[in-house]
Ligand binder design. Structure first.
Ligand SMILES: Cc1cc2nc3c(=O)[nH]c(=O)nc-3n(C[C@H](O)[C@H](O)[C@H](O)COP(=O)(O)OP(=O)(O)OC[C@H]3O[C@@H](n4cnc5c(N)ncnc54)[C@H](O)[C@@H]3O)c2cc1C
Ligand code: FES
Ligand code: FES
Length: 478
């Protein structure tokens, strides 16, 4: 467990022995008395608590927005945390001014979160456009102003910064001048940091991004021993090794959807993964956490099940330093789930990596998710399919289905049936019949048994209609 946590908050270096699972939200408000960061839902849904976290990657300082209500302070060790107070400049910044002049604030409770997210957009990008600036606000909710005025403020801010070409964000009035020194200060700080990597590290809670743990168990975590999985790791998280793609379990949704390798092999991955939570959640939610949380509707798990991925599982005792290269046990993701929240994993074991075979030129991939709201919602049912064909004959296929069983489901019978078959409407209809025999949905808040069965049928149809529009005809499927 971390003993001393050192980071820079706005322009001040902080060294603290507070429990590492204390949320940054509580630390800001209750210890540093920086009360500009607001507490709304405490579940990652509203964005009132959004802060910016900067991390050195080599010489480059990369900033991301995160929900401080789900952010354990131990995971900002060696990083730069920017709360709304850290954006104070002389007078109002251009973003603050735009919010005021466009009428984007009334009670003001959500406003710090919006200003943080919009400022982070300018901090993270070199070219600005209105659509992207508005998208960067996808984790912030306003209950009284209405989002139209706030969107206008985003557009106005983009116009302003586009007119300031050649200026830095400090000289353009967005950031206070101390930002320029942060990279050097972080380098010095990191050399000072001590983590407790020795002795017994199998603590009660192993924290990835914390986006599940801090919603479900935060009061208990706060009283327990914890460790952080790869929280300061700067290694390449996604790489090619032979004909396999290897992804570190600590890779976040943002890492995966922005990875060049993933975009080459899955051109629609940004579209698919933008359906996962909000930007601040995607910036923290890790692959390992998504898999081990074992939610039947977990989106990344669903995606990687359909790539017949393999997990590399190591003894947690070797974990704090991945550089020790502990020998890994290999388990196919489809065999990892033994029952509801029951895994082929001992408590002390940790997932270090996931791998899948790089898709061939004849491969196609589709991910579909239906939820009550298109964005910012968990799935009612999700499904993925990877398929390889030669002359319209299926030479390899893997199909997954979420929300229709106690575990994230790999549809083995459906895949076995489709293998070596021609892509034909009647074959697909028969495959759907087999898929429906493999599932065991229950009626719950996300829909009835019949609704979920109907959804899965439609999603499998959708995979084929999308990937083979010249062969598959909807009228002949139903
Ligand atoms: C507002 C909100 C929206 C969300 N939207 C979605 C969504 O659209 N789709 C979706 O699928 N999920 C969603 N989630 C759920 C959550 O973000 C994901 O499940 C996420 O991937 C969990 O990862 P984490 O790193 O935050 O896990 P954590 O909370 O850190 O950990 C979860 C569990 O996994 C364990 N763990 C973490 N990493 C490892 C590892 N490497 N090896 C072994 N055990 C490990 C932890 O010990 C813990 O038991 C949402 C959550 C919130 C709060
Ligand atoms: S308080 Fe609502 S997202 Fe953190
Ligand atoms: S201004 Fe009141 S919640 Fe947004």
């Amino acid at each position: 467990m971390l003993k001393t946590i050192s980071f820079i908050c706005n322009d001040k270096e902080i060294n603290t022995d507070i429990h590492p699972a204390t949320t940054v939200l509580d630390f800001l408000r209750k210890t540093l008395f920086l009360t500009g960061t607001k507490e709304g839902c405490r579940e990652g849904d509203c964005g009132a608590c959004t802060v910016i976290v900067g991390e050195l990657s080599g010489n480059e300082l990369k900033y991301k927005t995160v929900n401080s209500c789900l952010l354990p302070i131990g995971s900002v060790n060696g990083k730069h945390v920017v709360s709304i107070e850290g954006l104070n400049v002389k007078g109002l910044s251009p973003v603050q001014l735009a919010m005021v002049e466009e009428g984007g604030t009334q009670c003001g409770f959500c406003t710090p979160g919006f200003i943080i997210s919009l400022s982070a957009y300018f901090l993270n990008n070199k070219k600005y456009n209105a659509d992207e600036a508005i998208e960067s606000l996808d984790g912030n909710i306003c209950r009284c102003t209405g989002h139209t005025a706030i969107k206008r403020a985003a557009v106005r801010s983009v116009e302003y910064f586009n007119s300031q070409k050649g200026k830095t964000l400090v000289s353009a009035g967005l950031l206070p001048s101390f930002f320029s020194d942060i990279p050097e200060r972080l380098k010095t700080l990191i050399t000072k940091i001590h983590t407790n990597g020795d002795g017994e590290i199998i603590n009660k809670y192993q924290i990835g991004g914390g986006t599940d743990l801090f919603v479900q168990k935060w009061e208990d975590i706060y009283k327990s021993d914890v460790n952080f999985i790869n929280s300061n790791e700067l290694d390449e998280k996604i790489k090619i090794s032979g004909n396999e793609c290897m992804i570190n379990a600590s890779a976040t949704v943002t890492d995966i959807m922005n990875s060049e390798i993933m975009n080459i092999h899955f051109p629609d991955i940004k579209k698919y993964f933008s359906l996962f939570g909000s930007l601040p959640i995607r910036n923290r939610a890790t692959l390992g956490g998504n898999i081990v949380n074992a939610s039947p509707i977990a989106d990344m798990t669903n995606f990687f099940l359909a790539l017949n991925s393999k997990l590399y599982i190591i003894d947690g005792n070797s974990m704090l330093s991945m550089k020790k290269s502990p020998s890994a046990r290999e388990v196919l993701l489809k065999d990892f789930y033994l029952g509801y929240k029951t895994l082929d994993k001992k408590p002390e074991e940790i997932i270090s990596q996931l791998s899948f075979r790089i898709p061939s030129a004849n491969s196609y991939f589709s991910f579909e998710k239906v939820s009550r709201r298109t964005y910012l919602d968990i799935a009612s049912v999700n499904s993925s399919m990877s398929i390889e064909t030669e002359n319209d004959i299926i030479t390899d296929i893997h199909v997954s289905a979420g929300g229709v069983a106690p575990i994230p489901l790999y549809l083995s019978k459906t895949g076995n049936f489709l293998l070596n078959k021609n892509i034909e409407n009647k074959i697909i209809s028969e495959a759907v019949r087999i898929a429906l025999s493999e599932i065991s949905p229950i009626t719950d808040a996300r829909g009835s048994v019949l609704y979920k069965k109907t959804l899965l049928r439609q999603l499998i149809f959708a995979h084929f209609l999308k990937l083979f529009p010249l062969i598959v005809k909807y009228e002949e499927l139903v």
